[in-house]
Design a protein around this ligand. Structure first.
Ligand SMILES: [Zn+2]
Length: 147
């Protein structure tokens, strides 16, 4: 989403800010990963969770490179700024969790409250459904931006 935002805004600062905002908006869409996160936190399925994150990251990098390579060269700076904005909330959560940095632990609670705002009301959805929903949102956004 950060790449798509970066293609459509004039400055890196705006792309970064909208990238951060898009992260929280997309986090609101249930991912079906609540049980995966709980298992990770409880130490039950750490390896499975890390494999999921690794596959997710590799796919994100492939999509990122594709979108970067098919966009006008002039928008590369804003696209990278949008991606950094889109990634930084999760990076700060991981950093806070790993290093036990108090302000980041506060940020993590805020992040998870937003992340689970809808999922906690409608109940957990299966992981596969969450992945399909995320891909559908991405496909709609790519269609809107690329047409
Ligand atoms: Zn997040």
């Amino acid at each position: 989403m950060g790449v798509l935002i970066g293609q459509n805004v004039p400055t890196p600062g705006l792309a970064f800010a909208l990238g951060v905002a898009s992260h929280f908006m997309l986090d609101l869409i249930p991912h079906g990963d609540s049980q995966l996160y709980k298992n990770y936190k409880d130490g039950n399925a750490v390896k499975k969770s890390l494999i999921y994150v690794a596959v997710d990251s590799v796919l994100a990098i492939i999509i990122f490179i594709y979108l970067l390579e098919t966009a006008p060269y002039a928008s590369r700076g804003t696209m990278v700024a949008g991606v950094i904005g889109g990634i930084i909330p999760d990076f700060l959560v991981a950093l806070g969790e790993g290093m036990k940095i108090r302000p980041l632990l506060w940020f993590q609670r805020l992040h998870m409250r937003i992340h689970d705002a809808i999922a906690s009301r409608i109940g957990n959805i299966p992981l596969g459904t969450g992945i399909v929903m995320q891909l559908a949102v991405l496909a709609v956004m790519v269609f809107i931006v690329k047409r």
